[in-house]
Design a protein around this ligand. Structure first.
Ligand code: RAM
Length: 936
């Protein structure tokens, strides 16, 4: 008997969101059924106002199988309103519908006219304006004076008001220039941290929505806001320059209250707000903060405080056009780690190892201390080979040190920073009279609080560690925006996320998070269509690029700017989100026009236009092959044996010309496919035609008769094969040459940032699967498992970040880009890859030749969880050779999807069902022989 239910209800990918900014949101659900082979035959959806129950849209019964991102078709939703929605489905196996399943969501303040609040500025000494460049950093220039002399205190704001009537519903909408913590009657408005998060503030400033119903009361009430410099005024980015958006911090809020009798009260930031100095002598996102517990004003955020000596605020008369409801998941404390080891003493400081590189901060519980005792906490990601303290993050304003000044409270004190975070595995604590007990110190892990999605485990502990390291680097760098690293730059580099997005999408639901980042990227796109190398991009960044030289002058770059097409495509492929394609479409067109115009404007400097024939001249006028860029960034062989700042320009010089047109064609291909998805068939045809002509031009100018690329490195060959740029008759030659380059490098990769995500796929797809396996299992640097063998707990920026003798380099230990291989593990080792958007159809093709005896993986597709587990029967593997054996594959195919199971070249279509178990003869090759150093 068929039983089916609806489950997993989501609005715009989010579970019961508050403060949503969509006038016409999209709804998703999953049909769960016990009937193998049944499909959703129909659905009915209703949206109603929660308070009145009045239905604002009813779809009626629709005989359609859609269940992902079904668009609301009613009249535009109202702001600041709670809605309930319900859905039921019909299954192909029965005439009766499922029970209704329901959920809720609320809209935020979506329109300019919703706002009566004003920005309010506390009295303040403006932030010191520090302007540093990359050149200053390399030259070792550093600011003079201690942070306490250069930085300024936090500010407190409060607003008192009376409520005559009981409260039915109250929502606080708030944001800041800087970062803030909102309090209502002495209690935190909720558990998020570092609000409002990082945005390209000049264009868009996110507004948080808090449910504060339970915190208000009749009679006197108080709102309290603690305010720090944050991304707005603090020292941020690679250069550590301050005040990149402004030197003055401010806040803005509007509290919307509905009373039991149906009346309404609005409390908005205005001239009634009072301000004073906060208890932090300074608080900077990168440098760290200094909290003087003695300066905490008891009851500062509660009613009844005598604030007559607080100062009035400056009310700004500014347009609020750029306020936008926050989209996605806020940053929260997502995990806490206990120390694995505490050593050291009072003099040298207590050294605490949390066993894992994280982004976050330390929470310390202290015994009763003498008033004025100063406790400092320093952070680092790596220790020297002998276990002594080492600072791996070198730069300007990168102290990563927090200071706590004790009040001498009876019963002890507890401290966790509020307005900063750090990248670290180790902390060193000075100022405590004795070692903290393990129970008294925690690493508090901060991250955007995304819904976990897939998992991946195998019979090999090193590979499992590699996967976990990737997940940890994702966690540490998905913090408000996708960043390169959580300590030195924290910049939203478009190249890094372009490379890593597919892996990220397997491990967490990144749809809303990346949708919001793309909004920033679009906001930062230049009028000439250039898509910047990172976003948010501050006015200071713009000045720097205008006056910079060499790499410092780069505004947009191949493989970075292309994120505008690649990232939306990944979201479409993994989550069936065509809306994100539509939303970014114009920006993609502007980018491809930018590429075309740049191409037409010049030819590479090494060429002489005069001696070119007409065809060559035309080719070069089509190819995006000029201008400074990062090339196949960090190509390992170009970095060897030279100081980083010297070596860093070599890969751009060698590969910069050739990667441009390759990504230009890749993006044209994608935009052509995107146009087709959006029903813009003319565009689709136009762009695929353009791509065809560019392929010809590229092959004529850059591919030799024997299938080689002008630049004899692995990366260009990988990209040319991955993007299908090598004419069919020379593909095998190109692949053979790539295989030769890999072998000649000792079965090791020598790919940079842009090519590394494609290396193993290309080897596998061109008949060199064995070599792909050797590169994967390689334990000599550069390789993924070298890092694992060196005890890495995250993915490093440089393959040789730690030398074989354990000596660390001063580079980031937490850069997710090279963790892109994690996607390959899901797709090609576990064997799950999407064939159509959202895995509605997917391929299951496990790789039994990977040298593993067992693999288990799952992917949380929008239709339900895809699960695979495969095991090779014992005794069937043979060292290094192919052998006949038996593989057992267990597969869960979610409802409303269809799997194609390909085992040893034989395909079988599996409709949705619960569990499929196949035992097949399989060709198995063990690569156990390659695993020279088994995991400890
Ligand atoms: C470094 C960043 C990032 C990369 C750029 C080009 O500074 O860490 O990873 O995208 O350079």
């Amino acid at each position: 008997m068929d039983r089916h239910i609806c489950d997993g209800l989501r609005v715009e990918h989010l579970e019961a969101p508050l403060g949503l900014g969509a006038e016409r949101p999209r709804f998703s659900w999953r049909m769960e059924t016990n009937d193998v082979g049944s499909w959703q035959a129909g659905y009915e959806l209703e949206v109603a106002e929660a308070e009145t129950g009045s239905v604002v849209w009813a779809s009626g019964q629709r005989n359609e199988s859609d269940s992902v991102l079904v668009a609301y078709e009613g009249a535009a939703l109202r702001s600041n309103t709670a809605y309930t929605w319900r859905v039921r489905t019909w299954s192909s196996a029965s005439a009766a519908p499922s029970e209704w399943a329901s959920s809720r969501f609320e809209t935020g303040l979506m329109r300019r006219s919703d706002w009566s609040a004003h920005w309010v500025e506390p009295e303040q000494v403006p932030a010191g304006v520090e302007r540093w460049t990359m050149v200053d950093w390399i030259a070792g220039r550093r600011p003079e004076g201690e942070p306490a002399q250069r930085l300024r205190p936090t500010r407190l704001l409060r607003q008192s008001f009376d409520l005559a009537l009981p409260v039915l519903r109250a929502r606080l909408y708030a944001t800041a220039r800087g970062i803030y913590e909102a309090h209502v009657n002495g209690r935190a408005a909720d558990d998020q941290v570092l609000a409002p998060g990082f945005d390209s503030y000049a264009h868009r400033t996110s507004v948080q929505c808090y449910d504060v119903t339970g915190l208000l009361r009749t009679g006197p009430n108080a709102l309290g806001f603690a305010l720090a410099d944050g991304w707005w005024a603090g020292r941020i980015g690679l250069t550590g320059s301050s005040a990149q958006w402004g030197a003055r911090i401010a806040a803005l809020w509007q509290l919307e209250i509905e009373h039991v009798d149906g009346s309404h009260t609005t409390v908005a930031s205005d001239a009634t707000v009072r301000s004073t100095r906060g208890p932090h002598d300074y608080a900077d996102l990168f440098v760290g903060e200094r909290l003087d517990r003695r300066a905490v004003i008891d009851g500062w955020n509660e009613p009844g405080l005598d604030d007559s000596r607080w100062r009035p605020v400056r009310v700004l008369d500014e347009d609020l056009e750029n306020l936008t409801p926050f989209h996605g998941e806020p940053v929260r404390r997502v995990l806490e780690l206990a120390p694995v080891r505490i050593s050291g003493d009072v003099d040298s400081g207590f050294l605490v190892d949390f066993g894992q590189v994280v982004a976050g901060r330390v929470r310390l519980t202290m015994p009763q201390l003498a008033p004025g005792t100063t406790v400092t906490i320093e952070h680092t990601e790596a220790l020297a080979a002998d276990g002594s303290w080492f600072v791996n993050i070198d730069g300007i304003n990168k102290e990563q040190t927090d200071v706590y000044v004790a009040a001498g409270l009876a019963g002890g004190e507890r401290y966790e920073p509020s307005f900063t975070f750090h990248g670290f595995r180790y902390a060193r604590v000075h100022g405590l009279p004795a070692a903290p007990s393990p129970a008294d110190i925690r690493a508090v892990v901060l991250s955007s609080d995304l819904e976990p999605a897939g998992d991946f485990t195998t019979s090999d502990e090193r590979l499992n560690r590699l996967h976990r390291n990737t997940v940890w680097s994702q966690r540490g760098n998905f913090l408000s925006i996708p960043t390169d690293c959580p300590q030195r730059e924290r910049a939203g580099w478009s190249g890094d996320i372009q490379v890593f997005a597919p892996a990220a999408a397997n491990n967490a639901n990144v749809a809303a998070f990346l949708t919001r980042w793309l909004r920033n990227l679009r906001a930062d796109q230049l009028p000439d269509g250039a898509v910047p190398i990172y976003s948010p991009r501050s006015p200071f960044d713009a000045d720097q690029a205008a006056t910079g030289e060499g790499l410092g002058a780069i505004v947009a770059a191949p493989g970075w700017g292309d994120a505008i097409a690649i990232v939306p495509w990944v979201l479409y492929e993994r989550y069936a989100d065509a809306g994100v394609l539509a939303e970014n479409y114009d920006a993609m067109l502007a980018w491809i026009d930018h590429q075309a115009r740049t191409a037409a404007a010049g030819i590479p400097a090494r060429l002489d236009r005069g001696s070119m024939d007409a065809r060559t001249r035309e080719n070069h006028s089509l190819l995006f092959n000029t201008g400074e860029n990062f090339g196949d960034w960090l190509t390992p062989s170009t970095l060897r044996g030279r100081p980083l700042h010297e070596a860093i320009g070599i890969a751009p010089r060698l590969t910069g010309e050739i990667v441009g047109p390759m990504f230009q064609i890749r993006t044209l291909d994608l935009v052509s496919r995107i146009a087709a998805v959006l029903g813009r068939d003319d565009d689709a045809a136009r762009f695929s035609g353009r791509a065809r002509r560019l392929r010809q031009a590229f092959a004529e100018e850059y591919i030799t008769e024997d299938g080689r690329l002008g630049c004899d490195l692995q990366g260009p060959h990988v990209l040319a094969l991955a993007f299908d740029l090598v004419p069919e008759d020379r593909r095998a030659l190109a692949a053979a040459h790539l295989a030769h380059l890999v072998r000649a490098n000792g079965d090791r990769l020598d790919t940079g940032f842009l090519s590394v995500p494609h290396l193993l796929d290309v080897l596998q797809d061109t008949g060199y699967g064995d070599l792909a396996q050797r590169v994967l299992w390689q334990s000599e640097e550069p390789s993924w498992l070298y890092e694992v063998d060196q005890g890495a707990t995250t993915i490093w920026e440089s393959w040789d970040a730690v030398a074989p003798d354990g000596t660390p380099r001063a580079v980031s230990m937490n850069h997710y880009a090279f963790g892109c291989v994690d996607d390959w593990l899901y797709r090609r080792v576990a064997g799950i890859s999407p064939l159509s958007a959202g895995y509605r159809e997917f391929l299951v093709e496990p790789d039994f030749t990977s040298g593993l005896s067992h693999v288990q993986a799952s992917i949380n597709s929008p239709y339900g969880r895809i699960e695979i587990a495969w095991t090779l029967a014992e005794g069937t593997t043979n060292e290094g050779t192919a052998d006949e054996g038996t593989a057992t594959v267990e597969l869960t195919v979610p409802p409303n999807t269809r799997a194609t199971l390909r085992l040893d070249g034989v395909e079988e279509t599996l409709p949705n069902g619960f569990h499929v178990r196949r035992t097949n003869p399989a060709r198995i090759a063990s690569h156990a022989g390659l695993r020279a150093h088994p995991a400890p």
